[in-house]
Write a protein that binds this ligand. Sequence first.
Ligand code: 7TS
Length: 397
Amino acid sequence: MPSFKSDFPVFSHDPSLVYLDSASTTQKPKMVIDALNTFYEKQNANVHRALYNLGEEATNAYENARKIVAQFINAPSENTIIFTKGTTESINLVAYAWGRKYIQTGDEILITEMEHHSNLIPWQLLAKETGAKLKYIPMKTDGLLDLSHLDHYFSPKTKLFSMVHQSNVLGTLNPTEMLIQKAKEVGAVTVLDAAQSVPHKSVDFQKLGCDFMAFSGHKMFGPTGVGVLVGNMKILDKMNPFLGGGEMINKVTLKESTWNNVPYKFEAGTPNIAQAVGLGVAIDYMNSIGMDTIESIEYELTKYALEKMKNIEGMIIYGPKDRGPVISFNIAGIHAHDLATFLNQDNIAIRVGHHCAQPIMDILGVPSTARVSFHIYNSKNDIDIFCQGLETTITYF
Ligand code: 7TS
């Protein structure tokens, strides 16, 4: 299995670090860190307004990043790519700018019980404000969606359907295309939370067929503070603005104003320019490896970890057999927080808690889980060290 650890400076800075929390955020390759420095050293100016060379260079770098993103996910045009702060902001943008315009009392919003809070709270808020009903496709205790009564959930009242592509807690790979198709058949607008899929495999926006898709740069080797909403241009065009301010306007008078074209209508104020440029370079990095290679490395790591973890005394692993590179677990008799604290003494970084998906914890009947998640800088050796750390912790307790 190829090793990409040397591309990531954090591991030369701290060679003993075993980083198993990439579902939270990934480490950054040198290429991306260098691109941020280069931007600030050589290209920094505000975008879309300066008539001087530096401003044009910054604008070109920012707009080039938009093209790279569009190609990466096969968007129909770079104009459908809106830079946001991250997945959370992307989903809120739809809930505010589309939802507040189109959702009414009596309408239904459909999501699943498997959602990260950022694909749940915006819809709860919208439902409360508009008098719409929020419904959930259930999740079973095995970590799969319960698809047995879909016709009960999808109806002509369903105006919006939003779902997670790949679960951040259980790694579940959902039957996304089938569910999007179901939603379309009843005329619903569809949103996909792709925060945990775009960083790990090839994702084709047009093939998936959803109206909106959201993801975060920082989970795919990019900087924090930049994410993407890609959307259906016909819908984007008709939506209300999200935030008001500079750049999103066409003509402003003291009485009323008109809006700029998409995507600028949704990018009020000075955007995260360097971060967007950094995200473009992160995608260049992923492309240079190949998304299929990334997916197969992670598949092998996950399979290896599942096999090893299974043999540890008291181990309870949650979620289905086929999954993305995420494993949630508990060890009987040891609190997940104690596990993380003990592993940290050996410089092993894992996440514990409800993973911003409290309804999943309720379904599993636990207050929290421990979670390991992988990316291409991980190795089987990391997993061996982690499993050894678990054994030592168990012996202590
Ligand atoms: N959706 C999913 C599926 C996620 O995993 C996350 C973050 C988000 C949305 C929100 O992304 P953000 O970049 O806007 O914060 N997930 C996690 C996690 O699993 N651990 O920390 C953050």
